[in-house]
Design a binder for this molecule. Sequence first.
Ligand code: GDP
Ligand code: MG
Length: 160
Amino acid sequence: SKLDILNMAGASERTFIMIKPDGVQRGVVGDIIRRFEQRGYKLVALKMLQPPKALLESHYEEHKGKKFYEPLLEYIGSGPVVATVWEGVNVITVGRKMLGATDPAKSEPGTIRGDFGIVTGRNIVHGSDSESAAKREIGLWFRPEEVSDWKHTAEKWIYE
Ligand code: GDP
Ligand code: MG
């Protein structure tokens, strides 16, 4: 069926969304998860962890050497984070839109950063910015068996 074709193509796109220590401390874990669920995206992995430094060094390797790199590692490593993987059509691009701009001051109200943040150095949440980043980040944060394949029973009401 059309739906099966869709499942094989677009619906299998996945992205890595992490609620940072400030998001955990601010008590917005549930709200962030709710927004993705409510949109129709499928949660396929979730865990809370205190991220080890080596993991953060890999995760943020593109920023090594920048002025904010060390403070960034300290910030993200300062408390538990909630790591999640979401699946759905265009979830990488739409997920980034749901997060808002890197600088919360430039994020529209209605976005996560635009609703909960004020400054770039405390911007609540991370989301993969491309297909290759998503693949890389999901692989860094989750073992394959920690990511669940399951069928949304509401799928035919989310996708045409
Ligand atoms: P993102 O993809 O929207 O998260 O943004 P980037 O990949 O450019 O940066 C990664 C993270 O580093 C951001 O989410 C911020 O937490 C932090 N960051 C980026 N730029 C700055 C900056 O200029 N100052 C500070 N303090 N943190 C920054
Ligand atoms: Mg980035």
